[in-house]
Design a protein around this ligand. Structure first.
Ligand code: DOR
Ligand code: ZN
Length: 335
């Protein structure tokens, strides 16, 4: 049987939620990943040292049997330098949401005024805290990410020592932007390597394919595949796995988010194998992230095997991507 081994897989963009949802879904990621950058968009968002610490404790309590490192983040505000010095050891990054751009992003940034942001972004540069960005404007839905490119440029130019991660990129425009500034990096989800807008609304409307940023055009998908498959050194895997209860997805007013955590590595094996690039997957799911973030996860070895695997209809009350469908790779063992 054909197998493929991955060492210390990392998910550089993950939503773990809180409460019962956290308890149900955190073990699914902890099983096969060594660590994950945990998004701070709880209600209310994570903005204090106490909240970071107690959220981390709740995550660790939810995964008692697995070695798993939650890399914690704060929700971006214009924090002062003294505060950032006091939290620097407890966080791995700060996540910036434009106000109202997506799920639980109220209170995010409403104007990108460089002078108002300068103290925070300079302190982050000095303390080597990366800035993770949800890069969408409030414009027409298909143009939101491309319109945000001028904001990435402004940030990259004004803060050359700040590591800026363009999260869950979905467009050729974002892929092109990567090359323009040394301090820009990106995460790519697995669903954006599989779906275009056609898969969301081209036939029947598919709530479990609906997320922000929305999947784009075939040529955008091609551009994302190109940099992912070559494991471009500035690109990392970040699932943006975003669980919502089934009734919040299959409803009038569908919540944004695609849930992929338990099948992400299997789908990545399938995509990379189909394109004859399995040898690059290790860099995409771990090595690039270790280098970019300067992190050293503890050893974990995941062996995947090529065999049909039927994706469960639900994981507790959350419907995964490709529920009930057969995919071609499965996890054989984790050590
Ligand atoms: O689709 C999304 N869901 N995009 C995001 O940026 C947030 C996420 C969520 O938290 O549900
Ligand atoms: Zn996200």
């Amino acid at each position: 049987m054909k197998t493929h081994t991955l060492l210390m897989p990392l998910d550089m963009h993950l939503h773990l939620r809180d409460g019962v949802m956290l308890e149900n879904i955190a073990p699914l990621t902890a099983y096969s990943f060594s660590g994950a950058i945990v998004m701070p968009n709880l209600v209310p968002p994570v903005t204090t040292l106490e909240e970071v610490k107690s959220y981390k404790e709740r995550i660790m309590a939810a995964v008692p049997n697995d070695y798993f490192e939650p890399y914690m983040t704060l929700f971006y505000k214009n924090y002062d330098k003294a505060f950032l010095e006091s939290v620097a050891d407890e966080i791995t990054a700060i996540k910036l949401y434009p106000d109202g751009a997506t799920t639980n992003s109220d209170g995010g940034v409403s104007s990108f005024n460089i002078e108002e942001m300068r103290e925070t972004l300079e302190a982050m540069s000095e303390l080597n805290i990366p800035l993770c960005v949800h890069g969408e404007t409030a414009g027409f839905v298909m143009d939101r990410e491309a319109e945000f490119m001028s904001i990435y440029e402004m940030l990259a130019k004004n803060f050359p020592d700040l590591k800026i991660i363009m999260e869950h990129i979905t467009t050729k425009a974002a892929v092109d932007m990567l090359e323009k500034y040394d301090n820009l990096y990106a995460t790519i989800t697995v669903h954006h390597l599989l779906l275009t807008l056609d898969d969301v609304v081209g036939g029947m409307m598919m709530p479990h394919h609906f997320c922000k940023p929305i999947a784009k055009r075939p040529e955008d998908l091609e551009a994302l595949l190109r940099v992912a498959l070559e494991a471009h050194p500035k690109v990392m895997f970040g699932s943006d796995s975003a669980p919502h209860p089934k009734d919040k997805k299959e409803s009038c007013g569908c919540a944004a988010g695609v849930f992929t955590a338990p099948i992400a590595l299997q789908l990545l094996c399938e995509i990379f194998e189909q394109n004859d690039k399995l040898e690059n997957l290790q860099e995409f799911v771990s090595d690039n992230a270790q280098r970019i973030y300067g992190i050293c996860p503890e050893f974990k070895e995941v062996i995947l095997e090529k065999r049909p695997f039927e994706v469960p209809q639900t994981y507790s009350n959350v419907v995964p991507l490709y529920a009930g469908k057969e995919i071609n790779w499965a996890i054989q063992s984790v050590e």
